[in-house]
Design a protein around this ligand. Structure first.
Ligand code: FAD
Length: 423
């Protein structure tokens, strides 16, 4: 009987364990989780902090006892795995206990990057990555009458934090070193429009401006920014990126770049060690390189693929491409593809209201799209871009054309979306 181990019980770990069980009804599956929560969905944590969903609303797969019974799992929770030895096939816990495995799935995700800033103890700053981060911020907001905040990192996570603070009437400064918002996802015109709308809501945008140091005051901080400006605030939230949780792995045994390198079967460079989710670096379809793609659906597909292969199957996941579908501050922003790729720029709609689409057409067809204010067309456009990357010669299907037209795109623009650009 096989002994399977799964480290990390988030999206990738859950789908990994579930798929192992579906393919091997009798093997032992031991799941290691550093906390005692049931698998939760991190993207729901800001809704919990905002008071829009209850605590129980963050656990899409139900409670831990139910999952344990359904999947017949051995659970080792509330303790951290500190090392995985590929040669002896041993997992070691922080208290020294050891477990043997035949095959293991690394699904440990990523942690918020928490650098030290002069004058700011990292433990006094707030982050938004884990459930504990969300609980800490919610409790602080409930217990204190904060009037002002500094959110550092104009990322998709940062904007959600800004939104909830703004809704609570907290005067918020939103800072980033980059000269514009979402520089890796939005085209410049779209960044500018999003910045305008955020500004209209009363948020102070501080772009091209990094946090340099913070001086503690009686109620909060006086922050000095890299451009010399001062920002007074009661709390500081750092949303400046993540680092993969790979410290339990030995880089002499297993190939790690920014994340653990995996192939399309979710195999790592070590036999019997698989990896899935935000900790892994897998295929990116557009650049045809390996990349960390920190998205829920990606973690789910990778977990399923790893689980099937661990239990003797032959599943394959070709990879994904960079995309963001986000709703914040009464707007939808959707960005698909690499926004640095050049070609012919085409636009549809008025950027200030209603459906706006900006796309870049390259030699092989569509290479990138931004959509403002309509998430309903995102599925059709994403599917089309995916098929271009997959086959190099795709057309928008009649059903998907129908959706685009119903939502307000003109047939002439759809024709341009299907075109190619030869310089
Ligand atoms: C605020 C926020 C908003 C987001 N919004 C979106 C969105 O809109 N759309 C989208 O697609 N994605 C979004 N994401 C990303 C998405 O949530 C992740 O891609 C996904 O949850 C990754 O799942 P995972 O299983 O790889 O990692 P995780 O969910 O991070 O799970 C990893 C687990 O491993 C555990 N672990 C780590 N180290 C150890 C150890 N040494 N021992 C034992 N256990 C360990 C961790 O505690 C954790 O429970 C968002 C994320 C955040 C934080």
């Amino acid at each position: 009987m096989a002994d399977y181990a799964v480290i990390g019980f988030g999206c990738a770990g859950y789908y990994g364990a579930k798929t192992i069980r579906e393919n091997d009804p009798v093997g032992n599956i031991t799941v290691f989780s550093e906390h005692n929560y049931s698998p939760y969905n991190p993207m729901l944590t800001t809704y919990y902090v905002a008071g829009k969903i209850p605590f129980e609303g963050m656990f899409p797969f139900g409670d831990m006892e139910k999952i344990k019974d359904e999947l017949k799992l051995n659970l080792v929770t509330g303790r951290k795995v500190v090392s995985v030895d590929a040669e002896t096939k041993t997992v070691k816990m922080e208290d020294g206990e050891e477990f043997k495995f035949d095959k293991i799935l690394i699904a440990t995700g990523a942690s918020a990057f928490a650098p030290t800033f002069k004058g700011l103890d990292p433990s006094e700053a707030f982050y938004m990555r884990t459930l504990d981060d969300a609980i800490k911020l919610k409790n602080a907001l409930d217990e204190n009458n904060y009037k002002s905040a500094l959110v550092v990192g104009a990322s998709m996570v940062g904007i959600k934090v800004v939104e909830l603070l703004n809704r609570k009437g907290i005067k918020t400064t939103f800072a980033d070193m980059a000269p514009r918002i979402f520089p890796l996802a939005a085209y410049e015109s779209v960044s500018k429009e999003i910045e305008r709308r955020i500004d209209e809501k009363g948020v102070v945008m501080a772009l091209g401006s990094a946090l340099s140091e913070a001086e503690k005051t009686e109620n909060g901080y006086i922050c000095t920014m890299s451009d010399g400006k001062k920002v007074e605030c009661d709390l500081i939230v750092l949303c400046i990126g993540t680092r993969t949780n790979v410290s339990m792995l030995n880089p002499r045994q297993i190939k790690i770049n920014k994340g653990v390198i995996v192939d399309e079967n979710m195999r790592t460079s070590c036999e019997d060690i698989y990896c899935a989710g935000d900790v892994s670096e897998g295929g990116e379809l557009q650049s045809k390189t390996s990349m960390i793609i920190g998205l829920w659906a990606n973690a789910a597909h990778q977990g399923v693929t790893a689980g099937a292969n661990m239990a003797g199957g032959t599943a394959k996941f070709d990879g994904n491409f960079m995309h963001n579908i986000t709703h914040f501050m009464d707007m939808d922003f959707i960005g698909f593809g690499d926004n640095r790729l050049t070609g012919k720029r085409i636009v549809s709609g008025d950027i200030t209201k209603g459906l706006y689409v900006e796309a870049v057409i390259g030699e092989e067809g569509l290479v990138g799209v931004n959509i403002l204010d309509n998430y309903r067309i995102s599925g059709a456009v994403k599917n089309y871009l995916y098929r271009i990357m997959e086959t190099g010669n795709a057309k928008i299907s009649p059903i998907q054309k129908g959706i685009l037209i119903k939502e307000g795109l003109k047939p002439s623009f759809i024709e341009k979306l299907e075109g190619r650009y030869n310089g």
